[in-house]
Design a protein around this ligand. Structure first.
Ligand code: ZN
Ligand code: ZN
Length: 387
């Protein structure tokens, strides 16, 4: 199952720099690319790195209102003020830099739909909170939603599946497609009772034509690998097989990791790899391998790099080294020092075993079983599935 694959990246992505000390540090991406390079991903004959261009303004208008685009353009000139109530500060050249990120996702869509590659990963993409008329949660323009609209328009696809793994609910993406059956959105995220943006409950299941095509799986805090994979496997593969998408998109935020400073989930990189393995085989089984991955959240810079580099190895069927390369550790340490983090570089690619107390385990599992049952009762009949 190793087809051709593109990694979409530009150093300009590093200019998506919201403010000093903002948790969405652009260095995450530099570290990820460097780790991919050091472990030999780019020596693989099946993978190429592709530099994107800026998307056109009309491509932003597929999702965003002209007024909001104007606002971004204006604030981009000075880089001062906020785009929302405080999470998303304006920054200089924000308009151009974000257009490049959206351009990267559209580039990935073109490569896939023209059959030049089977998989593509835009590591700067995944800005899932932005919605028609506003920025939110560090996201200026919603590149995922723009990509779906672009594909619908240019390639006339009728069934697109978007799976969002980020720890935060994919509210912007959900809003865009809430009343459509041509896009099946699935978001697995920490329960909105405990985490921004406070939405993504099971009862948010679409409206009109879109009823049953918006799927939310709120996870209790401390969800660990085994529980997460249970929920994922109960819901995502059966829905994908019933829906038969022509293309699978995936937001690959890794802020569900047990060390993430912004969230309370307890996953390890092993769970991410397990999910990618399943998604990858679903893409080959259902849509000719067409699998477009976006980046997303993840606020431990070492985790983001190790997780995304490992995912690429999984997709390319190359083995993941046990140790992180020395040259990468040096780079990590210099970056860490520069931004004042002073964590030592991770020496292993894998995570250690995470111990979860039996009692906590039982509680998480019980909560999650109920969530899975609720999701199935609400969504599965629409797709002709038993629950
Ligand atoms: Zn493949
Ligand atoms: Zn997130």
């Amino acid at each position: 199952m190793t087809g051709k694959m593109a990694v979409i990246y530009s150093d300009d992505y590093l200019k998506y720099y919201l403010s000093p000390n903002h948790p969405l540090r652009p260095q995450r991406l530099a570290l990820a690319i460097r780790l991919m390079r050091e472990i030999g991903v780019f020596n693989n004959q099946n993978v190429t790195m592709v530099e994107p261009g800026e998307c056109e303004e009309v491509e932003l208008e597929l999702v965003h209102s002209p007024e909001y685009i104007e606002l971004v353009k204006t604030l981009s000139k000075t880089g001062e003020g906020y785009l929302d109530y405080g999470d998303t500060p304006a920054f200089p050249r924000m308009f151009e830099v974000t257009r490049k990120i959206v351009g990267g996702s559209l580039k990935a869509a073109d490569l896939l739909n023209k059959g030049e590659v089977q998989h593509a990963f835009n590591i700067g993409g995944g800005l899932h909170h932005a919605t028609r008329s506003r920025a939110s949660g560090f996201c200026v323009f919603n590149d995922i939603a723009c990509t779906v609209r672009y594909i619908q328009k240019k390639y006339q696809l009728k069934r697109i599946m978007v799976v969002d793994l980020d720890c935060h609910h994919a509210d912007g993406t959900q809003d865009t497609f809430y009343s459509e059956s041509g896009v099946l959105t699935v978001s697995l995220h920490e329960d909105g009772t405990y985490l921004f943006p406070g939405s993504g409950f099971v009862f948010e299941d679409g409206e009109g034509e879109g009823k049953g095509y918006c799927v939310n799986v709120p996870l209790p805090p401390y969800t660990f690998d085994e529980a997460y994979l249970y929920a994922f496997n109960e819901i995502v593969p059966p829905l994908a097989r019933a829906y038969k998408p022509e293309l699978i998109l995936q937001q690959s935020g890794v802020d569900t990791h047990y060390t993430d400073p912004l969230t309370s989930e307890a996953l390890t990189i092993r769970a991410f790899l397990n999910v990618v393995k399943t998604m990858h085989s679903l893409a080959h089984e259902l849509c000719d391998g067409k699998y477009l991955l976006f980046g997303g959240g993840g606020y431990q810079i070492g985790v983001v790099a190790r997780a995304w580099a490992s995912m690429l190895c999984e997709l390319l069927n190359i083995s993941i080294p046990e140790e992180t390369p020395e040259a990468w550790r040096e780079f990590y340490n210099s970056v860490s020092k520069e931004i004042g983090l002073n964590y030592a570089a991770p020496t292993k690619m894998e995570d250690p075993e995470v111990k979860v107390e039996e009692r906590a385990k039982k509680m998480v599992f019980e909560d999650l079983k109920q969530v899975v049952q609720d999701v199935k009762e609400r969504i599965f009949p629409v797709h002709g599935l038993d629950f």
